[in-house]
Design a protein around this ligand. Structure first.
Ligand code: SF4
Length: 384
């Protein structure tokens, strides 16, 4: 629920922010126009001050992370030619195409046995040869070998793909996967919901209403999920706010979303970047901070706003802890998807580095589980 937020007027240089600040002080919900005004305001620090106050009202100075491990079992994808922002997917016979066997997945998961990994984050392409049984067998084996590790797997787009190739309903697919060990859904595949935008960047991909529909179905089955927004390509600020509004509406209805994660578009090594002449020029730091801050303020029914440091750099993620963010993507082992489109960040961060980053922002690091329950705090005196 919305929390009342108060920021001194002298911190808001843009008069347009004053009316928004008044609403926030009353615990009132922001309108679509308010969301657009926050994106258009020249006063980034004012927007950040509001978002920071909203974040502190919920979480104080605590910043959470989860020690997770990414596994990308297949990069073969039937939408290889139509998701023009994606540099990860391959056609079955294309150079670089791969699909892990079960043994390869288990080998990839092996570091979790003695490490601190508490979550497998599993996503991949829409591979016609990787059906329901492929994933159900994988999840059963992972749960057998690593019973303590939570399985967050398969985007709404992948769930809908499995339903289509198996001729089952979304609910049937989700129920089978839950029985096999699936715990929650990641938020990928949302991109930007606007049909006009999708037509340009992901013409054949599951539409926004169906993305919402899969998550609604998952929530009804007791499977909680995350959600995302891909920004910084051809979408407008209005598109971003309309996207967030659809997420806010579903959250009002089900309360099933755990976190909102804005994802910055990377233009390198993909068709869209070439078309836009944007290769080598990713989103700006201002836009990254602003999008996170607006997410915090507009999504008043979301407890958690997460920064994905793999996409926006560790330094910017650290700064975002003062722009409404309360959660950082954790220690990630072998991330492939964003590095395939030109993310130049490291592929993993050690616990020590993560603690240093959070403490460097004058915040208190805390490890959480996949449901955002705090497992241990790393207060200053405590050693990692
Ligand atoms: S974004 Fe996802 S669905 Fe689209 S081509 Fe890449 S892997 Fe396939």
């Amino acid at each position: 629920m919305a929390v009342a937020v108060s920021v001194p007027r002298d911190r808001l240089r843009d008069p347009a922010l004053h009316a928004i600040a008044d609403k926030l002080a009353q615990g009132e919900r922001l309108s679509t126009q308010d969301g657009v005004s926050l994106f258009r305001s020249p006063d980034l620090l004012g927007v950040g001050a509001l978002a920071d106050a909203a974040n502190r009202a919920r979480h104080g100075d605590v910043v959470t992370f989860a020690a997770n491990q990414h596994i990308n079992p297949t990069n073969i994808c039937v939408l290889r030619k139509t998701c023009v922002f994606c540099g990860y997917a391959r056609l079955p016979k294309e150079e670089g195409a791969y699909r892990y066997s079960l043994d390869q997945v288990l080998a990839e998961a092996e570091p979790a046995r003695n490490g601190m990994t508490r979550e497998f984050h599993i996503v991949g392409g829409l591979d016609m040869q990787a059906g329901l049984e492929y994933y159900a067998t994988m999840f059963r084996a992972l749960k057998r070998e690593h019973p303590q590790v939570h399985i967050k797997a398969l985007t709404a787009v992948e769930i809908a793909h499995l339903a289509r190739i198996e001729k089952l309903s979304w609910s049937d697919v989700l129920t089978s996967l839950k029985e096999a060990g699936l715990d929650t859904l990641p938020g990928g595949g949302a991109e930007t919901f606007s049909a006009a935008v999708r037509e340009q960047i992901a013409d054949k991909k599951l539409g926004g209403a169906d993305y919402i529909g899969v998550h609604r179905t998952a929530h009804a089955l007791g499977i909680r999920s995350n959600c995302t927004l891909l920004y910084g390509h051809v979408e407008s600020f209005e598109d971003r706010v309309a996207h967030m509004e659809m997420l806010r509406d579903l959250q009002d209805e089900t309360g099933g979303f755990l976190a909102f994660i804005p994802l910055a578009y990377h233009p390198d090594d993909n068709e869209l970047g070439r078309r836009l002449g944007r290769e080598g020029s990713a989103s700006t730091g201002f836009d990254d901070l602003r999008t996170l801050a607006v997410g915090r303020l507009f999504l008043d029914n979301f407890a958690h706003i997460k920064s994905h440091w793999i996409m926006v750099t560790q330094g910017l993620s650290q700064a975002s802890l003062h722009f409404g963010v309360n959660d950082l993507e954790g220690t990630v082992v072998r991330e492939k998807v964003y590095h395939a489109v030109g993310a130049h960040t490291p592929q993993a961060m050690s616990l020590d580095a993560l603690l240093r980053l959070i403490r460097g922002a004058a915040k208190i690091p805390a490890e959480r589980d996949s449901f955002y329950r705090i497992l241990r705090r790393f207060d200053k005196a405590e050693a990692a």
